[in-house]
Design a protein around this ligand. Structure first.
Ligand code: SF4
Length: 210
């Protein structure tokens, strides 16, 4: 069976491997490695994000944990029953997921939060393996941002024009599962009002009722 997570020293993307090494020198206490999936048993909802943030998941080693995007996402997940406990900005905060999985399409922190197309392609093997592993459990996929959305579509050989990314867009996949897309819950999108907190709440209310 294909690996769901990359090896800690994965070097398929030379630029990202160098950037990890640079981060290790600059921030030796950070995780500084490909960030693995985080999933409860039998996840009903799978959240597909883009890549670790330098001082978020690249610091803590857990998807979306440690930066603004995580504050917003975990607050929302807790309120809708997809996470339990208190979110504390670290991988050992005791928070647990409930019927939920969180994955990134690129596992290594990219410079300026921008992976290249070839890096997204290189890392897709882990997304494909993850989707195959949970295919009998997941009922709803949530893609956060267009990069995550389009890489997800590629795993199923689906065309972008048939499943066009848009905030709040809902699709029925040929597999019978639902796909919802949303703007990424980044600080930039919230500050520029592309995404409002109440919109993300409403969005996950839909997931909870799917
Ligand atoms: S982004 Fe993925 S494929 Fe590229 S080096 Fe990191 S783990 Fe490997």
């Amino acid at each position: 069976m294909a690996a769901l997570d990359p090896a800690a020293n994965c070097g398929r993307c030379p630029r990202l491997r160098s950037f990890r090494a640079q981060a290790k020198r600059e921030f030796p206490t950070f995780f500084n490695a490909p960030v693995p999936n985080w999933a409860s048993a039998q996840p009903r909802v799978m959240i597909v994000g883009m890549a670790p943030g330098m001082k978020g998941a690249n610091r803590t080693g857990r998807p979306f944990t440690g930066d603004f995007a995580g504050d917003l996402l975990f607050d929302t997940l807790i309120q809708h029953g997809f996470a339990r406990g208190e979110y504390g900005n670290s991988a050992d905060d005791g928070l647990s997921l409930n019927e939920c999985a969180i994955v990134n399409v690129v596992r290594c922190v990219p410079p300026q939060n921008k992976p290249t197309a070839s890096e997204v392609n290189n890392c897709r093997r882990y997304l494909e393996a993850t989707l195959a592993h949970y295919r009998d459990d997941v009922e709803v996929f949530v893609t956060l941002g267009s990069i995550a959305h389009n890489s997800f579509l590629s795993c199923f050989d689906l065309r972008k024009k048939d499943f066009k990314f848009g905030h709040g867009a809902e699709f029925a996949l040929p597999t019978g599962q639902a796909l919802l897309s949303s703007y990424h819950c980044s600080r930039y999108n919230v500050n520029t009002r592309c995404l409002r907190r109440r919109c993300l709440m409403a969005f996950f209310r839909v997931c909870a009722n799917c």
